[in-house]
Design a protein around this ligand. Structure first.
Ligand SMILES: [Zn+2]
Length: 78
């Protein structure tokens, strides 16, 4: 399977929760290593999470990650 950007969007929350098969996980890692579009998205996501964490001073739970991810995905699709 060749991972495309839209697959990254679909699989990203599973990827973060480490709920993917290892093959798929590797495919995503490889895609993130070479696709500028997904890298910049990934960095934006991480920055947002870090920002949330610094404001809340608590660890952001998994469900918040997914919610945040969905919000970002909507933004990107505009
Ligand atoms: Zn991509």
């Amino acid at each position: 399977m060749v991972i495309k950007c839209k697959d990254i969007f679909e699989l990203f929350s599973d990827y973060l929760d480490e709920e993917l098969e290892s093959d798929l996980f590797t495919e995503i890692e490889e895609h993130l290593g070479e696709c500028e579009h997904c890298i910049s998205f990934f960095h934006t996501y991480q920055r947002t999470v870090t920002l949330c964490q610094s404001i809340e001073i608590v660890e952001v739970p998994g469900k918040v990650h997914i919610k945040l991810w969905r919000t970002l995905r909507k933004e990107i699709k505009k």
